[in-house]
Design a protein. Structure first.
Length: 429
């Protein structure tokens, strides 16, 4: 059997997972424990997986989503400025769906008309009960910090929970968090989604989440490709105007940055819906050209470089198919930073233009790994790599601090040890 990526995934599905230098046999026990031990987040109200989702204009709006074990009667959101008594009530919409044989009683509410740079608090209410108050902060044009997590794909989401929770504890001022795709190992397995949500309790209800779709979100439980049904329903991301690919890609503004979240899964979706790549590239050009923000940052799951693999002499170093399609467009549009994932290794490539190092091109950061599915000793360093995480690789996370003139990106090991830092400055608009 040829060990391509699809067969490699089927091999993993058979019960063997790399855990650092060890091996994990079996699957699902931790997921079931997480699901059975799920805590309600909102006091007396029957609520699970309460989360804030980024909107196109988070300075004035926010999406709130949650599930309940049973349908709720007249669910609403109440919110107010912190320190004030007067509240505003917004009705929640039912967004029930069934996947993996499980019906999700899901709700969503959009808060609009918020004031920039303002501290709010909100709670969920129903006909007979109310939940706890949670913070909600809208950004202004000032500086901000965010957290960036690589692939959280796991066989056991306890490692992911530790990485995310400790990173959030070390960065209490972080205003939102990004997960760079392969959020779960299997996109149809509802127990994995439960485990991921469980790990993010205490974070996702107080700061917005920026999801990026990965290829693992497109797998069914037999490890065949399907449309990413669960991902598309769990995260109501900003509209992109697409008839066929709503929620697959999107953009949003935060402070002085225009963020573009692209979708690298055109191979996975092609058999079901045609034209994701072409549609997305046309949208990208128009979207970026309409933005007046000083900084332009792209988030995309699959990486732009192709690496040689130990004991695979036929695989050559170069540019990946994603890189061939996207890098010229990124250069054309003057993108400042491109964050990627997928390879479960941290690599800072510096600035690249015309397939070589050039200070006039975008900065490319391959973000690493934040779950326990790792590829020790797999990749051979690329000529364009400038900084490589210590080997054998463990989990990591990133922070990004943004001002109108400067962006500082730092990469940390789970214990908080800094392993890389890069700074960009820009005085002109």
């Amino acid at each position: 059997m040829t060990m391509n990526r699809r067969n490699f995934l089927r091999f993993l599905a058979g019960g063997v997972f790399l855990l650092g230098g060890g091996v994990f046999f079996g699957k699902g026990t931790w997921y079931r424990q997480a699901a059975n031990g799920m805590r309600e987040l909102a006091g007396d109200l029957d609520v699970q997986y309460l989360r804030q989702i980024i909107t196109a204009a988070p300075s004035s709006s926010r999406i709130l989503m949650w599930q309940s074990a049973n349908p709720l009667s007249r669910p609403n959101v109440e919110y107010r400025r912190q320190g004030q008594e007067e509240t505003t009530t917004v009705s929640a919409n039912e967004d029930f769906f069934t996947d993996d044989g499980v019906t999700n009683h899901q709700y969503a509410a959009m808060l609009t008309g918020l004031s920039p740079a303002t501290a709010y608090e909100y709670r969920l209410v129903s006909e007979r009960s109310a939940g706890a108050w949670h913070p909600l902060h809208t950004p202004g044009e000032d500086s901000f910090r965010c957290l960036i997590f690589p692939d959280s794909q796991s066989s056991d989401y306890s490692d992911w929970e530790r990485v995310a929770q400790e990173a959030a504890a070390r960065n209490p001022e972080a205003e939102f968090f990004i997960n760079m795709g392969d959020i779960v190992d299997n996109g149809e397995d509802h127990t994995q989604w439960q485990a991921w949500f469980h790990a993010m309790e205490g974070i996702m209800e107080r700061i917005p989440f920026v999801p990026v779709m990965g290829n693992h979100e497109t797998y069914d439980k037999n490890w065949n490709v399907r449309l990413p049904e669960a991902y598309l329903r769990y995260f109501v991301v900003p509209e992109n105007g697409s008839r066929d690919f709503a929620r697959y890609y999107y953009s949003f503004d935060y402070g002085a940055v225009h963020f573009v979240v692209l979708n690298s899964q055109w191979d996975e979706t092609e058999d079901f819906k045609h034209g994701l790549l072409a549609e997305q590239m046309g949208w990208l050009r128009e979207d970026v050209r309409q933005s007046s923000k000083k900084w332009k940052i792209v988030l995309i799951h699959k990486d732009v470089l192709q690496y040689r693999i130990h004991n695979r002499p036929e695989r050559q170093e170069g540019i990946s198919e994603v890189g061939k399609e996207c890098m010229p467009v990124f250069e054309e549009l003057g993108i400042d930073i491109v964050f990627t994932a997928h390879l479960h290794t941290y690599r800072n490539r510096g600035h690249i233009r015309g397939m070589r190092h050039d200070s006039g091109g975008p900065l490319y950061i391959l973000t690493g790994v934040a779950g326990n599915v790792r590829y020790p000793g797999l990749w051979i360093d690329h000529a364009l790599d400038e900084v490589v995480a210590p080997q054998p690789e463990v989990d990591n996370y990133l922070t990004m601090e943004v001002t109108t003139e400067r962006i500082i990106i730092k990469c940390f090991l789970p214990d908080g040890q800094e392993i890389d830092r890069v700074e960009l400055t820009k005085t002109e608009a």
